[in-house]
Design a protein around this ligand. Structure first.
Ligand SMILES: [Fe+2]
Length: 100
């Protein structure tokens, strides 16, 4: 992934707040892709021991999503506000209540 975005490598100055937000979004994307990848592999494997390893690693990637998301919420002050509005809208329209 980093090879596709070489401007992230070898910078002279630290990333700006906006660039850190983008980097965290890329990291979250990569973790979500990894979850899908490991879960798809788990579903293809019949050996329960190997299946367990793939699901276990997929769950570890879910923790990584949480770590990066926590950092993103710290860096992007508006994100939490908009997410809360989205959660409230879903609850109003569907009754689905999300709690983390
Ligand atoms: Fe990860």
């Amino acid at each position: 992934m980093l090879a596709e975005k070489p401007y992230l490598i070898g910078r002279e100055k630290p990333l700006s707040k906006r660039e850190i937000s983008q980097a965290l979004r890329w990291a979250i994307e990569a973790e979500l892709d990894a979850i899908s990848f490991y879960e798809q592999l788990a579903e293809l494997v019949e050996d329960e021991r190997i299946k367990h390893i793939f699901y276990d690693v997929a769950n570890e990637e879910k923790e990584h999503v949480g770590e990066f998301f926590a950092a993103l919420l710290e860096v992007d002050e508006e994100l939490g506000k908009y997410m809360k509005e989205g959660f409230d809208e879903v609850e109003e329209e569907t009754g689905i209540k999300v709690e983390l």
